[in-house]
Design a binder for this molecule. Sequence first.
Ligand code: C2E
Ligand code: CA
Ligand code: CA
Ligand code: CA
Length: 278
Amino acid sequence: AKDEGKGRFKFYSTDMTQRQERRLELESALRAAIEARAFDVHYQPKQTLRGGAIAGFEALVRWHHPNLGHIPPIDFIPLAEELGLITQIDLFVLEKACAVGVECLERGHPVTMAVNLSSLDLKNPDLPTLVAGILTQTGLPAEMLVLEITESFAMEVGQGQSNILQHLTALGISLAIDDFGTGYSSLSYLKALPVNSVKIDRSFVRDIGNDARDTMLVSTIVGLAHSLNLKVVAEGVEDNQQKDLLHHHLCDEAQGYLVARPMPADQIFGFLDQAALN
Ligand code: C2E
Ligand code: CA
Ligand code: CA
Ligand code: CA
């Protein structure tokens, strides 16, 4: 038993060193990727539940490293935040998404483009100027841009961050609350922030239809949001039963694998042309 304990300690300590090494490796790979702008952006559509039209896309960052392979956002976004590098990534994604939005517009598809913001982005007082610069440079009308912030962040926005959000929405940009329903203890931020839409978290959508309480929650969230003049998007819609129930409960738009998985920019136009035929 003593030997076993010793072995386990050794196992844990190598494990820890390995984790630290992996982190350092990831950190330097991340810095290099930012330097080289070596990310891709994929786009996931949102479909209106009433008419079935494609209303817009959400831009999601993708990172494929030559040696480390595909690294999912949950593995590097928190690290980028910790290292203070997230704003560079988000502005890169914003620039790409705006350019793609303009191309959609030029091809006769006026869709919105949604980009995820980290709470750290809103610590930068230059953000409104930087975003306005990207809109001017790409030519995307501000009305076609949506910025998403998570509910957990929205609940603790400070005065400075709130001012930055007001600046952004004054440009004509819309603001969406992501992962809506997961924070839940206070909704007072909805009054304080210039919010236009909420995105019901996937966890509520998953069991809609099987769990009466989730169905009730979704219906209540939609009613609350509509009474505040907010549009409601459901995230993580994977099957037709979920879609039909969301429609029945008056949700406005669906996003999820049922409509489409996130796709590279060069597939968007074919997707939109196809969707317009349906
Ligand atoms: P999110 O903003 O809530 O994005 C939705 C996530 O759910 C995406 O994962 C998307 O691929 C996935 N998803 C979409 N539909 C379905 C579905 O029907 N079923 C399931 N199971 N999943 C679905 P992804 O791309 O891995 O992104 C994860 C998170 O990373 C995002 O969550 C967002 O918080 C963050 N993220 C991604 N791109 C960016 C970015 O450019 N900037 C920042 N700051 N965060 C980002
Ligand atoms: Ca999002
Ligand atoms: Ca979400
Ligand atoms: Ca999320």
